[in-house]
Design a protein around this ligand. Sequence first.
Ligand code: FCB
Length: 439
Amino acid sequence: MTFGPGFLWGAATSSYQIEGAASLDGRLPSIWDTFCAAPGKVDGGDTGAVAADHYHRYPEDVALMRSLGLGAYRFSIAWPRVQPLGSGAVEQRGLDFYRRLVDTLLDNGIQPWPTLYHWDLPQPLEDLGGWPERDTALRFAEYAELVHDALGDRVTHWTTLNEPWCSAFLGYATGRHAPGRQDPAASIRAAHHLLLGHGLAARAMPGASVGITLNLTHVTAGSGSAEDLDAARRIDGLQNRLFLDPVLLAEYPSDVVADLAPVTAFDFVQEDDLKNIAAPLDFLGVNYYSPMLVGHGSASGPSAYVGSEHVSHLDGGRARTSIGWEIDARGLLDLLLRLDRDYPAIPLYVTENGAAFDDEIHDAERIAYLDGHVRACADAMARGVRLKGYFAWSLLDNFEWSYGYAQRFGLVHVDYQTQERTLKDSAHWYAALIRRGGL
Ligand code: FCB
């Protein structure tokens, strides 16, 4: 199975998960610094204060990327590092860090693939209301423009948001993620303003190749009963179409708007918003980890699927990774085929895919996971899907949000005591795959 010479092989990380240096060179707190400081929010009381110390060790990390033969590196830019208050003054020392990183990548023949927002909202913006407030979208577009002004001569591919579903629903509905609010109506407003921020940012970066990364999945019903099929439709709506349709079709799916009527009237949508959200897009980033099986039942606890309290998540009976996510590469194939069918015009990249396992250096299970999913990509391409690249999550073990450091997703092992990096077997496997250009 070969992918052709134009296929982009990369690995991904994000700022708060690896950088550390949380209060250095003018960086001020993001919502994740605040969230981590609140007792009981993150397993083990872990924080991203030091993380993998990538802020200082980026030259070594870029050398590792080069040794693996990566064609691209997907990382994120920390808004609180380059514009610490979320508006107004720019922190040159923060921008300089990303200039150095980008230059080092380019010197090593690796394409920089920055994401502008991977969840670290400057705390001052949350204090003003955060993503449920329209103004946050406008601030985001300004921030995008200033970063693009600084790096646009060297960076060609830009991603606006990473997984707005998580920012909106884990951040404002379940409270599992920062800022930890539990307000279903606010979570829908947050989703809309994230999407608006995406569209306005895309328009603020003329000449750039712009994408958005969504966490999408393949949703199936537990049975053919009308109630189970309706549960699957609802969850597919909230997880996939609520984001895909406005971005790619300039409309909210009417069935999802109807499902959400008891929660919100969508009266926050202003004239031209959908036109702005559907700004011309050059690629869609797909993050896929696990499929979803749902049926009629009842959710336990505050649900991320707002307005879907009569849906339960079912066990598909498959093996799981250490974080508890079911393994099913077929779900990735089905998802890619579906995207190609329903949104045929947009080129696709898998911008995250990977697995947490407790094994350290000899990670046969991670290799099996990646191998299965890379095969699914090849199958999709053989059936005509316009898939242009694949990024493994993650280059390094890192801070896995509310799970802290306990869940390791890296191709490269990080010893958090010494910051020593060691290539896992999966890193060697990935390097060989890239060298051969296929499986
Ligand atoms: C995704 C996130 C990424 C990482 C992986 C495991 O939802 O984008 O930061 O946590 O999951």
